[in-house]
Design a protein around this ligand. Structure first.
Ligand SMILES: Cc1ncc(COP(=O)(O)O)c(C=O)c1O
Length: 390
């Protein structure tokens, strides 16, 4: 099999705008100031009217337990030193590590940036899959570092063998390896066996960032968190977020778990400034295991129902383990389709080159998915052979 590694030189991909230029794409609406951060610039009423299935958010919002804890923390709004629910200790206990193994951040996006800033020095590159969560590569570009991107295989899986081969071949020039598990935008996992395979077959001192933003939605028994590798003292940084399972995306809370020496190296590059409300919300969320289980069960049930319906309509879906999925659009390219959905007041994914015939859709509430399916069937004709009903 050919090894099609793409070295994304910054002169070719100088930022989101340039990348879009290369691909001949444009931001689909002036309502959004920027492609990635997607700051909405329209009115609140406009925003509220959209069905929001574009950013893998949790459309149910935070559970009662989390809201209550946050509301209770308002009394600290005017303070600097205040009781913060011992969030770092609570996270450490949750994973069986020590507080010095935890770095608290404003969303896990900050972890990804801090790892980049810490380890992509002296011309070092990040190695990861393509497509994967683009913010890692975007940050590398921002700090004038390069990336080695290994394409997904034909089943949209990350090519572990190729990643091992490329890491070993370029070891001296690689600052860290990025593994998104489950991967965004596909929702496909790297199995626990594959994680072990990669860690056992690359240099022991190679930092590996394992992004578990969608960990909480996985029910495939072949998957496993990489937290135990931190306990073993491997050079592994695991990133987690409260944005998805706890529905706190706008509140900004995430963390890294890693060996103490790695955390100590990264800490000076983090902001270290998390607000009082979300610290208490995070603690409440970790304790509310029932609330987490409820969201997971809803997401899986609604994802299964929606994807079955799309497939019955003739449009294959990549099997996903996350709170989003990708549906094949056949011959149609995704950008005009996104626009058609927007005209129906539904926000869906963005282009993920080279998968330009796939649309990424977040799993929303039943009423969101009903609207999505109705719109999909208006935009796309039924395909394939006759069904029982037809
Ligand atoms: C794979 C992955 N990692 C990290 C993040 C960052 O999320 P946050 O900064 O809200 O924790 C996202 C957000 O969508 C993501 O998809």
């Amino acid at each position: 099999m050919d090894v099609r590694l793409s070295l994304s030189r910054r002169r070719f991909f100088g930022g989101v705008a340039a990348a879009m230029g290369v691909l001949g794409l444009r931001p689909s609406s002036s309502l959004f100031a920027q492609a990635r951060t997607a700051q909405f610039t329209g009115s609140e009423a406009q925003y509220d009217a959209y069905v929001k299935l574009a950013s893998n958010e949790n459309n149910w919002g935070p559970p009662e337990s989390v809201m209550k804890a946050m509301n209770n923390a308002w009394k600290y709004a005017n303070r600097y030193g205040y009781p913060d629910g011992n969030i770092v200790q609570v996270i450490a206990d949750h994973h069986g590590v020590k507080p010095e193994n935890v770095l608290l951040t404003a969303g896990s996006g900050e972890v990804l940036q801090v790892v980049g800033t810490t380890y992509l020095t002296d011309g070092k590159m990040v190695l990861g899959s393509d497509p994967s969560y683009g913010s890692v590569y975007q940050h590398a570009t921002n700090i004038k570092a390069d990336a080695i991107k290994v394409p997904l295989d034909k089943n949209y899986r990350q090519q572990i063998d190729k990643m091992i081969e490329a890491t070993n071949r370029h070891a001296r020039d690689i600052g860290f390896v990025y593994l998104c598990n489950p991967n965004n935008p596909t929702g496909v996992i790297i199995t626990a066996k594959e994680i072990k395979q990669i860690l056992d077959n690359i240099p022991k001192d190679m930092p590996v960032l394992i992004d578990e933003a969608y960990h909480h939605f996985v029910d495939d028994p072949a998957y496993g968190t990489s937290m135990p590798y931190v306990l073993e003292g491997r050079q592994v940084i695991v990133a987690r977020t409260f944005s998805k399972i706890a529905a706190l995306a706008a509140m900004r809370l995430g963390y890294a778990v890693a060996p103490a020496d790695m955390i100590a190296r990264m800490r000076p590059y983090s902001m270290g400034s998390i607000n009082a409300l979300v610290k208490h919300g995070g603690v409440a969320s970790l304790k509310d295991t029932q609330g987490q289980a409820d969201i997971k069960a809803r997401v899986i049930a609604i994802r299964t129902k929606t994807t079955r319906e799309l497939e019955a309509w003739g449009y294959p879906v990549i099997p996903s383990q996350a709170n989003f999925f990708m549906v094949s659009l056949g011959e149609r390219t995704v950008q005009p389709v996104i626009e058609e959905f927007r005209q129906k007041n539904i926000l869906v994914g963005r282009p993920f080159p080279p998968m330009l015939n796939h649309l990424r859709v977040t799993v929303g509430r039943e009423e969101d998915m009903d609207k999505f399916l109705t719109a999909f069937k208006e935009i796309f004709p039924k395909k394939g052979g006759s069904t029982i009903a037809g």
